[in-house]
Design a protein around this ligand. Structure first.
Ligand SMILES: [Zn+2]
Length: 67
């Protein structure tokens, strides 16, 4: 799924950094100057779970392996 951020970045939605928020998941733009967070209220609960799992997986990674 490709999407366009308002900062002009385009790419796969999976490239964005998943974060967990109170509503159950969001994607943050990897562009540091943007940092736009999209909440995933438009996603189905099933897809939101996938994003949350990815967020948990990434947050569990040791930064030494993330370069
Ligand atoms: Zn952006």
């Amino acid at each position: 799924m490709r999407e366009v951020c308002y900062c002009g970045r385009t790419g796969e939605i999976e490239d964005r950094e998943p974060v967990i928020d109170g509503e159950g998941g969001a994607l943050r733009c990897p562009n540091d100057e943007c940092g736009h967070v999209d909440y995933l209220l438009w996603l189905s609960p099933e897809n939101r779970r996938i994003v949350m799992k990815e967020a948990e997986r990434r947050s569990g990674l040791n930064r030494s392996t993330a370069a």
